[in-house]
Design a protein around this ligand. Structure first.
Ligand code: NAP
Length: 292
């Protein structure tokens, strides 16, 4: 490593990191950033969470009062999505002007424009890693390692703020991507939010079996394939609802495309067009490894 990159890493790790919302994502960030040598200050809503984060050594200091963030150079807002913009607004009363604020919300469009209007040193971000469980208790080491971390600057985003967040994402071992908020939201609608809705519909379809004996038998026969395809549909309902609420238009577009595909499969089966169906399935088989 060159002398200048060592110096730049050293100057970054002298920085104080603030984390608001010590849940799954905030907790995972706190654990990894503290292990990287940063001083990490956490703020959460409930005092039990704050005590747990302190007791487990996840943070340097923590509390329930946003005033604690006055010491932070870079603040990660890790609250539920609906609270990100109000939290940025509330933070503005405490932060020095030089502080960089970023968020981890799963949808970027409205959040990035509203938060930037409140804090010019705001950079939208989305570490794309998660688990079925939520809350600080589910936090673990290395969740972001080798996972995508998308940064979504807009025209007015400060380049030094983008660089600082990018540097931290790289230190977490994430694969860094940059995109516009709109492109991010369309992409995650297709590969993350649509699968949640489809997988949940799959579970509902199985649950709606009217013959109790068939339903029980299907339940006993369900194996690894069903586990794979139903996993994301059985995740945190609050998060799924927020995905739909915050990414409404991109998700609706993806659902329409999916419905179109579903209709075409129904038509092929109704018309007994087995060759055409096999061709469709073959394309999916060939394309899946390339897509992934
Ligand atoms: P989570 O586990 O429920 O954590 C959110 C935490 O925020 C809660 O534990 C709560 O802590 C705290 N909180 C709630 N209101 C607060 C407030 N007013 N001030 C300070 N803290 C508050 O949720 P998560 O899964 O980490 O998601 C957090 C964010 O990450 C969301 O914006 C989501 O879109 C994004 N994200 C999630 C995933 C995922 O797969 N889960 C992946 C990438 C990004 P208390 O215990 O103190 O109540």
């Amino acid at each position: 490593m060159s002398r200048s990159s060592v110096e730049s890493l050293a100057s970054l790790s002298n920085r104080v990191i603030g984390i608001v919302g010590l849940g799954l994502i905030g907790g995972c960030l706190a654990i990894d950033l503290k292990r990287l040598g940063y001083a990490v200050y956490g703020v959460s809503r409930r005092s039990e969470t704050v005590t747990a984060a302190l007791d487990q050594g996840m943070v340097t200091d923590a509390g329930c009062d946003l005033a604690l963030m006055a010491q932070a150079d870079i603040v990660f807002v890790c609250t539920p999505m609906a609270l990100i913009v109000p939290t940025v607004q509330a933070l503005a009363a405490y932060l020095p002007q030089s502080a960089i604020v970023t968020d981890v919300g799963s949808v970027k469009g409205e959040i990035v424009s509203a938060a930037t209007a409140m804090w010019p040193n705001f950079v939208g971000g989305h570490p794309m890693a998660g688990k079925a469980e939520s809350g600080l208790g589910a936090a673990e080491i290395g969740l972001f390692h080798e996972r995508p971390y998308v940064i979504t600057p807009i025209g007015t985003t400060k380049p030094h703020a983008v660089d600082a967040v990018a540097e931290i994402a790289t230190q977490l071992g994430s694969r860094l991507y940059k995109s516009t908020p709109t492109a991010h939201d369309r992409a995650v609608a297709a590969i993350s939010h649509l699968p949640v809705m489809v997988s949940s519909c799959l579970l509902h379809a199985c649950l709606s079996e009217s013959d109790a004996d068939v339903k029980t038998l299907a339940q006993h026969l369900a194996s690894s394939g069903f586990c794979d395809t139903s996993r994301v549909g059985g995740g945190n309902p609050e998060l799924g609802t927020m995905m739909a609420q915050f990414n409404r238009s991109a998700l609706l577009q993806s659902l329409q495309q999916y419905r179109h595909q579903l209709d075409s499969v129904i038509e092929l089966i109704e018309a007994e067009q087995w060759n055409a169906l096999e061709q469709k399935l073959s394309i999916a088989q060939q394309e899946r490894p390339k897509y992934l």
